[in-house]
Design a binder for this molecule. Structure first.
Ligand SMILES: Nc1ncnc2c1ncn2[C@@H]1O[C@H](COP(=O)(O)OP(=O)(O)OP(=O)(O)O)[C@@H](O)[C@H]1O
Ligand SMILES: [Mg+2]
Length: 321
C-alpha cells in the first residue's frame, strides 16, 4: 500500500506531459503523400502556430492529432494519453476548418449540446459567458441557420472553448472575422495561455501568428520546412542609424553594443539577442553626449511573413543547421 502511495507521489511530482506530442506522422491519400514524417510537441500553456501554403498538410496533421484521420504511420499523445482515449479527447477543444452546426438549433442550444457530448458539467451562466467572450451574447437565442459567416466562426470558437479544455486546436479561427473580431481572438488566445491552456493554431494570417505564437512549425509539401521560437526563426535584430560627426569615442560606444558596420553616414549595429529595453535610448543619449548628430534610429527585424516566403522559396531553412 505504501509502495502504491510512493508511486503516486512520484507521478504527481513529474512535470505535466506535453499537451501534444507526435512523432513520425505519415499520411497518403491514394498516391499523393499529404504528410511525410512530421514530429513536434506543444507544451502546456504554449501557443503554437502551424503555417504553410495551401495543401501543405496542416489540416491533415490536425485531424491525425485529434484521431479524425488515421495516420499510415506515427504516434500521437494528447495530454499524455492516447489520442483515442475519451479522457484526453474530452479535454480538447477543436474548431474545424469547415463546419456547419445544425441550422435549426440556437447558439445556446449548440453550446449545451456540445457540453453534453464532452461530458463536462458547465452551468448555463458559464455557457452564456462563453458566448459573450466571442461577442454573441445578444444572439444566444437565435437559430444558427441565420448566422453570418463570421458569426458562425465565432460560435465555432465558443464551442471549442466552452468545455474548459486543456488544449485548444483551431484550424483557421479568424479567416471570416472582421478586424475587431481578430483582435478579440488574439486577446482570447493570450488569456488562454495565461491560464495554462495550450493552443495549436493554423492560420494564413501570418501577422496574427507572429503576435500570439510562442513557437511556429512551418509545413511545406507535408514536411517540416522549419520550426522554432520566433526569435530563433527570425534571427538577429539590427539597429540602423544615420549619424554625423562620429569620433573615436562614439565609434567605441557603438561597438560596445554589437558588431558595427558603416557605409557613409549609415551605421548598422547588430543588437545582442537579449537586448535590455534601455539599450537603444541609452546608446542614443550617449552618442548625443559625445557630440554626434543623430538623424535616424531604426531597430529592424525581419517579419515572419518575409521569413516564411524565404523558407518556402528556397525549400529549406538555410540559416539553421
Ligand atoms: N480526404 C482527402 N482525400 C484526398 N486527398 C486529401 C484529403 N484530405 C487532404 N488531401 C490532400 O492532402 C494534401 C494536404 O491537404 P490539407 O487539407 O492537409 O492542407 P492544408 O495545409 O490544410 O491546406 P489549406 O491551407 O488549403 O487548408 C492536399 O494535397 C490535399 O489534396
Ligand atoms: Mg487546411
Amino acid at each position: 500500500m505504501t509502495e502504491l502511495h510512493d508511486a503516486e507521489a512520484m507521478i504527481s511530482d513529474l512535470p505535466p506531459s506535453p499537451a501534444v506530442w507526435c512523432s513520425g506522422l505519415h499520411k497518403r491519400y491514394r498516391r499523393r503523400t499529404a504528410v511525410d514524417g512530421v514530429s513536434f510537441t506543444v507544451g502546456r500553456g504554449e501557443v503554437m502556430g502551424l503555417l504553410g501554403p495551401n495543401g501543405a498538410g496542416k489540416t491533415s496533421v490536425i485531424k491525425m492529432l485529434l484521431g479524425l484521420v488515421r495516420p499510415d504511420a506515427g504516434e500521437v499523445l494528447l495530454l499524455g494519453r492516447s489520442a483515442r482515449d475519451p479522457r484526453s479527447r474530452s479535454r480538447v477543444g477543436y474548431l474545424p476548418e469547415l463546419f456547419r452546426y445544425q441550422p435549426w438549433l440556437t447558439a445556446a442550444e449548440v453550446l449545451a449540446l456540445h457540453v453534453r457530448l464532452a461530458g463536462v458539467a458547465v452551468p448555463e451562466a458559464e455557457r452564456r459567458e462563453c458566448l459573450g467572450t466571442v461577442g454573441l451574447a445578444d444572439r444566444a437565442g437565435d437559430r444558427v441557420g441565420g448566422f453570418s459567416k463570421g458569426m458562425q466562426q465565432r460560435l465555432g470558437l465558443a464551442v471549442a472553448l466552452v468545455a474548459r479544455p486543456e488544449l485548444v486546436v483551431l484550424d483557421e479561427p479568424t479567416s471570416a472575422l472582421d478586424p475587431v473580431g481578430r483582435a478579440d481572438v488574439r486577446d482570447l488566445l493570450l488569456s488562454l495561455r495565461e491560464r495554462g491552456v495550450a493552443v495549436l493554431l493554423n492560420s494564413h494570417l501570418i501577422g496574427e501568428v507572429e503576435r500570439v505564437c510562442d513557437r511556429v512549425v512551418i509545413l511545406d509539401q507535408g514536411r517540416i520546412a522549419a520550426s522554432g521560437t520566433l526569435p530563433e526563426l527570425l534571427g538577429r535584430r539590427e539597429l540602423r542609424l544615420r549619424l554625423d560627426g562620429v569620433g573615436e569615442r562614439a565609434a567605441a560606444r557603438l561597438a560596445a553594443v554589437g558588431r558595427t558596420t558603416r557605409s557613409g553616414d549609415a551605421f548598422t549595429v547588430v543588437l545582442p539577442a537579449e537586448e535590455e529595453s534601455g539599450a537603444v535610448p541609452g546608446l542614443v543619449a550617449d552618442l548625443v553626449g559625445l557630440g554626434v548628430r543623430v538623424h535616424a534610429v531604426e531597430p529592424v527585424r525581419i517579419s515572419l511573413e518575409e521569413r516564411l516566403l524565404d523558407i518556402l522559396r528556397t525549400g529549406h531553412d538555410e540559416e539553421r543547421p
